[in-house]
Every structure is written in structure tokens, then in C-alpha cells.
Design a protein around this ligand. Structure first.
Ligand SMILES: NC(=O)c1ccc[n+]([C@@H]2O[C@H](COP(=O)([O-])OP(=O)(O)OC[C@H]3O[C@@H](n4cnc5c(N)ncnc54)[C@H](O)[C@@H]3O)[C@@H](O)[C@H]2O)c1
Ligand SMILES: [Zn+2]
Ligand SMILES: [Zn+2]
Length: 347
């Protein structure tokens, strides 16, 4: 098969012929029809993820068709259209037993713990626990975002963030995750303040339901702008980029007893960022993390997609072939694009 491969962190990736994957006894191989380019792929390529072994094939946000299933797989067969949460759970640990597959103790992640979906085929573990059926009418380019960013945003806004109608929700960083969060929070009836440094991203955010937009490159203090626009601070705020600045601005923009959800990965191997803890104490703020979403939580999201209440299809701003993927991955370091870029490995 053809795949995007990198040999060293931060050095240009290339497209190569590599061996086809084989399914584990409990796993499947999926023929990849669409795979999104997520900033987490860029973090992996930069060497921010200690679990990646070289050479490596990135890609974790995918949709496709089951090509082959291992002997112990009972729920899936070749021909089934599927997506998969990028956190593939083991199904057997204490977290899985508690229903928290998104933080499974023995998780695997395509594109991180093993070769991923910037390829024509990808192997996925514990298929009975992890695969999610894609309804016939949902195109693969749209369904791919359910494997990572749209589902992650849903969990961050609805499950971890508990967004409620009438609340002010600030979203710092309006790329794939952030625009998904804007759309989902607006669908919850929240009043969304989009924060980004890209005018195009802010324009998209307004189109997806943000009532206010803050250009963080044009104001001295984006958190102060959020507090002013929301009459005292957001009830819920997300760092959907992942940087020390956006993390701190998200916490600083909250009102009393507000909730901060960290979604963006920090650009360092130890993933740390300074948090204004005096404010967390004095205002009784909540600091939460959000990590993908368990497969069993997908039906409620898929119902919203089927009803047209949320429109992940509108996030896809470009579809490219494998050959263009290495440059697109590298470009994330300098000039963030707007919306979601999807790779079709068969183009
Ligand atoms: N927690 C999870 O489970 C999970 C899942 C998916 C992605 N992520 C992470 O979420 C983050 C976002 O991923 P993405 O694919 O949406 O990224 P992206 O590159 O598509 O979007 C990032 C956005 O941030 C904006 N930005 C840059 N500097 C800014 C600033 N100073 N203030 C405000 N906005 C700024 C960019 O213009 C861009 O619109 C990444 O760190 C990614 O690794 C985490
Ligand atoms: Zn991702
Ligand atoms: Zn587990």
C-alpha cells in the first residue's frame, strides 16, 4: 500500500510503498477512504509524543470500510462502513469497565502507538469495543472528523464542559477542534465567543454560530475582551489550540465558578503550561481535561448529525491526495489553515 512515512521527527515525510497491515485476532484492517489532518499529527511529527517509534505513519482521524477482520471479531465484517475514536480501548481494564474507554489504561492509538491512517489501509485494535458504524448517507470525508476532532469537541463542550443554553462559552483557537466546539456549543443554545488570530477562522466561526469574535492578535488581552463581551466572564472556556498563552487566556476569561476545558495539546514533551492558580482558588474555577470520546457515546452525537443540528460536513474546507499530505503536515507549523483538511489516500 501507499503511505505517508517519516523517518525522523520534524524532517520532511514522504509517500512510499510499505507492507499492507494484517488484523490482530481482535482487530480489523480498514480501507481508509478519508483521514483528517489534525494538529495532533503535527505534534506527533514534531516529536511531542513519547510513544512514537520511527519510522512512522501518522493519521488517526479516519473513516473507511472494513477490509479484513480477525478471527475473534464478532460485530464487524468486510464491507462495513466505520469510523473509530482515536483512543482505541482494550475493553478489559477498570476504566473500560467504568465506561471511560477514552482514558483506557491499555489504549492504542493509530498514528501514535502504531502506524496510522495516512495510508491506504490501517489496522485497528479491539474492533468490537471501538468501531462505530457510519450511516449510509454520511460521506466518509465528513465521518472522518468523528474519529477525532468533532467527537472530541462534543465531549469537551457537552460532557466535560456541561454547556447549557444561555451560557457564555469562549473558544480559544478556532481550527478543526475549535470550530467543531463553536458549532456544538451554539447548538446547545450557548452564546459563543470565538477567539483566534486568523480572520478567516473567525469568519468561519461566526458562520457556525459564534455571536462574538475576538482577534487575539489585535487586542492586548484576549481574556479581558472575553470578560467584557460576556458581562464578567465566560461560564465555560476551551483552549482548543494548546499553548501556554491560550491556556492562561482561557482560564483568565472565566467568571466565578467557571469551567476551563483543556483540549489542545501543549507544544512540549512534558505537556505543561502555567495556570493562574490564585484565580482558580479565588473564583472556584474548574480545570478539566478532555480526551477523545468513547465509542459508546457516539449514538447521541450521530443523532444530532443525522438531524442536521450540527454539520461536520461544513468544516471540511479542502480534500487532498497522499502526495500533498507531507507538505500540508509541515505547513501546520507556520501558517495554520482554516477549517479541516481531509486526505483521500486513493486520489
Ligand atoms: N484532547 C484531545 O483529545 C484532542 C483531540 C484532537 C486534537 N487535539 C489538539 O487540539 C489542538 C487543536 O487541533 P486542531 O487540529 O483543531 O488545530 P488547528 O491547527 O486546526 O487549529 C488551531 C487554531 O488556533 C489558532 N491560533 C493560533 N494561535 C492562536 C492564538 N494565540 N490565540 C487563538 N487562536 C490561535 C489558529 O489560527 C487555528 O485556527 C491541537 O493541540 C491538537 O493536538 C486534542
Ligand atoms: Zn486528532
Ligand atoms: Zn481499557
Amino acid at each position: 500500500m501507499r503511505a505517508v512515512v517519516f523517518e525522523r521527527f520534524g524532517e520532511p515525510a514522504g509517500v512510499r510503498e510499505v507492507a499492507d497491515p494484517h488484523p490482530a485476532e481482535h482487530g480489523v484492517v480498514v480501507r481508509v477512504e478519508a483521514t483528517g489532518l489534525c494538529r495532533s499529527d503535527w505534534h506527533g511529527w514534531q516529536g511531542h509524543d513519547p510513544g512514537i517509534a520511527l519510522p512512522h505513519v501518522p493519521g488517526h482521524e479516519l473513516a473507511g470500510v472494513v477490509e479484513a477482520a480477525g478471527a475473534r471479531v464478532t460485530r464487524w465484517r468486510p464491507g462495513d462502513r466505520v469510523t473509530v475514536p482515536f483512543v482505541c480501548a482494550c475493553g478489559g481494564c477498570a476504566s473500560c469497565a467504568a465506561g471511560d474507554q477514552q482514558v483506557c489504561e491499555r489504549q492504542t492509538q493509530p498514528g501514535f502507538t502504531h502506524w496510522g491512517s495516512f495510508a491506504q489501509y490501517v489496522a485497528l485494535d479491539h474492533a468490537d469495543v471501538n468501531l462505530v458504524a457510519v450511516p449510509g448517507e454520511l460521506p466518509s470525508a465528513t465521518a472522518a472528523s468523528l474519529g477525532c476532532r468533532f467527537a472530541t469537541a462534543y465531549r469537551a463542550v457537552v460532557q466535560q464542559g456541561r454547556a447549557a443554553a444561555g451560557e457564555w462559552v469562549a473558544v480559544h483557537g478556532c481550527g478543526g477542534v475549535g470550530l467543531s466546539a463553536v458549532m456544538i456549543a451554539a447548538a446547545c443554545g450557548a452564546r459563543v465567543i470565538a477567539v483566534d488570530v486568523s480572520p478567516r477562522a473567525l469568519e468561519l466561526a461566526r458562520g457556525f454560530g459564534a455571536v462574538e469574535a475576538v482577534d487575539a492578535s489585535a487586542v492586548p488581552d484576549p481574556a479581558a475582551a472575553v470578560r467584557e463581551l460576556s458581562g464578567g466572564g465566560a461560564h465555560l472556556s476551551l483552549d482548543a489550540l494548546g499553548s501556554p498563552a491560550t491556556c492562561a487566556a482561557s482560564v483568565d476569561g472565566l467568571r466565578r465558578r467557571g469551567r476551563h476545558v483543556q483540549v489542545g495539546l501543549l507544544p512540549s514533551a512534558d505537556g505543561t503550561a502555567p495556570v493562574p492558580m490564585a484565580r482558580v482558588i479565588a473564583l472556584e474555577l474548574e480545570i478539566l481535561g478532555s480526551h477523545g470520546m468513547a465509542a459508546h457515546a457516539y449514538p447521541e452525537l450521530l443523532r444530532l448529525v443525522a438531524a442536521g443540528t450540527v454539520r461536520p460536513d461544513l468544516l471540511v474546507t479542502s480534500v487532498i491526495g497522499l502526495a500533498a499530505a507531507p507538505d500540508a503536515l509541515a505547513a501546520m507549523g507556520s501558517a495554520p489553515g482554516a477549517g479541516v483538511t481531509v486526505i483521500d489516500p486513493w486520489r
